[in-house]
Design a protein around this ligand. Structure first.
Ligand code: C2E
Ligand code: CA
Ligand code: CA
Length: 406
């Protein structure tokens, strides 16, 4: 591999490293000192940011010969490493072919992204373009930081909360959905809406799902052993665990699930798998095989957020699905929008025809529970029954379960 040629350069306070409009040949990594990023606004220069040690500036020059979009000026005495386009190209050309191919794809996409978001819109000023670039940089940094923090949190600051799923026909607690919470040492409780996408993007979700499954499996014993005898819940009580598309990208999804259930001596009836429609659409072949194996071995499969996805009903019956979970957005609006009420009714009917169970999510008041009961929807989940809660509270909930009036 060709070594990157590193040339150290010194700049004094006020020196210009690169000027807006110039055709540059180099990028700079700041080793010490601070630089400011300036853009021309009329006759003035507007400062839109500063960069310190470790930052990379002017990297577009390594990709193409377009004019610089900003001026970079030393705020104080600085030392930088200069990387020329020749250095960069030599480095890429001499690299391992796989690395070369990956870099090529990434750079092409980066160039496309920049030209789409920065250059295609003439109405955007250079200042806006660079601000956008700063935002992207910041958000990338946040994601990287969160990923590192999440990795450290696994097995320490991640917990599962449990939200009951009520069988509104026989008025028992049918099971619980396991929902992840991150108890961040400084930020407090972080919503899965924030950290699950980062986990999915970084691939950390696979490890997190395994952890969640193992935790839920252990808890399912506690729920069943302690609770089932007083018949406040169905027997066996199940815990529904959420899985992402990413969890299916490695081979042996079922083997992995089975290994965790064996390790925790958990019967398959104690666990349901919750997946979204996007898995069936994005990876139908992988999903079909993995889900068939799960189903053949007695695991129940639920489709989460049903109705929000790709709504092609044709594929549904070709997968071994046991339960449809109607997305809460339809429940929320079914009283105001007759179309959504009809849709909920249709999903309940569809589930019945396909011999599937149906769960309505997001029940927030008695009237919603009553409408769903009248529709013959079998199961409901929502804040009106209980919010997601820690394991010990869920056990208390089960012990004290009294049927609400609906
Ligand atoms: P989801 O799987 O659709 O989970 C249901 C979400 O709705 C939960 O939000 C729950 O707290 C909330 N919810 C339940 N009842 C009500 C209600 O009556 N009203 C309202 N407004 N909300 C209600 P949460 O816990 O914030 O989770 C958000 C999403 O994060 C989940 O949506 C799921 O997609 C994801 N997620 C959570 N835990 C996991 C996990 O362990 N693995 C994976 N892959 N995803 C997870
Ligand atoms: Ca879910
Ligand atoms: Ca859902």
């Amino acid at each position: 591999m060709v070594n990157i040629i590193k040339t150290n350069k010194k700049f004094s306070a006020g020196d210009v490293l690169m000027a807006e409009g110039d055709h540059g040949q180099s990028a700079y990594i700041i080793e010490s000192g601070e630089v400011e990023i300036l853009v021309n606004r009329g006759n003035n220069k507007l400062r839109i940011g500063t960069r310190g040690p470790g930052a990379l500036v002017g990297e577009m020059a390594m990709l193409d010969d377009r004019p610089r979009t900003a001026t970079v000026r030393a705020k104080e005495d600085c030392e930088v490493i200069e990387i020329t386009r020749d250095d960069f190209e030599g480095w890429i050309n001499g690299a391992d072919p796989i690395f070369k191919m990956i870099m090529h794809v990434i750079l092409t996409r980066y160039r496309d992204m920049l030209s789409r978001s920065f250059f295609s819109s003439n109405s955007k000023s250079a200042a806006e373009n660079v601000e956008k670039e700063n935002e992207l940089h910041e958000s990338a940094m946040k994601t990287i930081k969160m990923k590192e923090e999440l990795k450290a949190a696994l097995g320490k600051d991640l917990v599962l909360f449990y939200q009951p799923i009520i069988d509104i026909k026989n008025r028992k607690v049918a099971g619980f959905e396991a929902l992840m919470r991150w108890i961040h040492p400084e930020k407090g409780m972080v919503s899965p809406g924030v950290f699950i996408p980062v986990a999915e993007q970084s691939g950390l979700i696979v490890e997190m799902s395994n952890w969640a499954l193992e935790e839920a499996a252990k808890t399912s014993h506690k729920f069943n052993d302690v609770i089932a005898p007083n018949l406040k819940g169905a027997h066996p009580l199940y815990i529904s665990v959420n899985f992402s598309v990413r969890d299916f990208s490695s081979l042996g999804f079922f083997d992995n699930v089975k290994a965790i259930l064996d390790k925790t001596s958990t019967p398959v009836d104690n666990i349901h798998l919750e997946i979204t429609e996007s898995l069936l659409v994005e990876q139908p072949d992988v999903a079909r095989e993995a889900l068939a194996q799960c189903h053949d071995n007695g695991l129940s499969i639920s489709i989460d957020d049903f109705g929000t996805g790709y709504s092609s009903l044709s594929y549904l019956h070709s997968f071994p699905i046991n339960t449809l979970k109607i997305d809460q957005s339809f429940i929320r609006s079914m009283r105001d929008k007759p179309g959504n009420l009809s849709l909920v009714k249709s999903i309940v009917g569809l589930a019945e025809n396909l011999n599937m169970t149906v769960i309505a999510e997001g029940i927030e008041d008695q009237e919603e529970a009553s409408i769903l009961n009248d529709m013959n929807c079998q199961k409901c989940q929502g804040y009106w029954f209980a919010k997601p809660m820690p394991e010990n509270e869920a056990i208390e909930f089960l012990k004290n379960w009294t049927v609400p009036d609906y």
